[in-house]
Ligand binder design. Structure first.
Ligand code: IPD
Ligand code: CA
Ligand code: CA
Ligand code: CA
Length: 273
């Protein structure tokens, strides 16, 4: 039950909406009872994606009626400086196949800046959150969080690099840059989606990068990485969830990664030729 008196701040509201999202997603994930459609871009969407976004929108309509809402599975509503940005299930392909790496992403932007967010991955038993100026946390709930911090690794040679899919890089015109970055890094794994970025925030991975992401994929990740001491930029190195693409690092590695991913940094006669 959502009690209006509990909405003392936006982060608390985001946690309440994440709790509600978790109960919808977990029961559907465990039962496997899903209706799955294919979007025009040939990617899957389940009725659980839609149900979670509707639940979040209905809470916001009551609790923050003047705020705008932008979500992956619905139409934009409202306008003004405060805008909630929602990805009801990030990692839908995992969700529908029974892989536990998926999360509900809830972010609040004021003008173009992300000021608070929650990333909730109940099948991993993990949640991350941050609000501007207040540090980044991980744990099971708002009252049970621990401060997290990015790593101290300072060279690519010693760095662990996580990404999502290879095909996006191959069609991005930066395929050879990506391969070079894989070769230069100490360790590479495709933890994928939100998880790569949250592992950067908690210092388990040193850099994450994707060539193409939408605002709803990035907004919630941005403030958590920054508050954990890292940097979150587009592929050109401009701060924020602007796109195109997203690079998150422990800050120390950022310039090297931006440089390595510049199209003109790649040698002749390569994969993209
Ligand atoms: C996807 C994830 C993935 C990215 C795709 C997105 P979804 O989101 O964010 O990492 O590579 O472009 O569509 O559809 O699972 O929310
Ligand atoms: Ca999707
Ligand atoms: Ca997504
Ligand atoms: Ca999604």
């Amino acid at each position: 039950p959502l009690n209006r008196d509990n909405f003392t701040d936006d982060l608390r509201l985001a946690h309440l909406m994440a709790d509600n999202a978790d109960s919808i997603t977990m029961s559907r994930f465990k039962s496997g009872d899903l209706r799955i459609d294919t979007k025009p871009d040939m990617t899957p969407v389940s009725d659980a994606d839609v149900a979670v976004e509707e639940a979040i929108r209905s809470t916001l309509a009551k609790a923050r009626p003047r705020d705008a809402v932008h979500g992956e599975e619905g139409d934009d509503t409202g306008w003004g400086p405060r805008r909630w940005v929602i990805d009801p299930i990030d990692g839908t392909k995992n969700f529908v196949r029974g892989v536990p790496v998926w999360a509900t992403l809830i972010a609040l932007m004021v003008h173009d800046e992300v000021v608070a967010s929650v990333v909730s991955a109940p099948a991993l038993g993990r949640r991350w959150w941050a609000s501007k100026g207040d540090g980044a946390y991980a744990g099971k709930s708002l009252m049970k969080g621990e401060l997290i911090h990015v790593s101290q690794v300072s060279t690519l040679h010693d760095a662990s690099f996580s990404y999502s899919s290879v095909d996006g890089w191959m069609t991005s015109g930066r395929g050879q840059n990506f391969v070079n970055l894989l070769r230069e890094s100490w360790r590479t794994r495709a933890y994928g989606d939100f998880w790569s970025y949250m592992l950067v925030a908690e210092g388990a991975v040193d850099l994450a990068a994707e060539p193409e992401l939408a605002l709803h994929d990035m907004a919630a990740l941005d403030v958590i990485v920054r508050e954990a001491g890292g940097r979150f930029t587009n592929l050109e190195g401009a701060d924020g969830p602007k796109g195109p693409g997203a690079i998150a690092t422990n800050r120390l590695l950022h310039e090297s990664v931006v440089h390595a991913l510049r199209p003109d940094a790649r040698p002749e006669g390569d994969l993209d030729a």
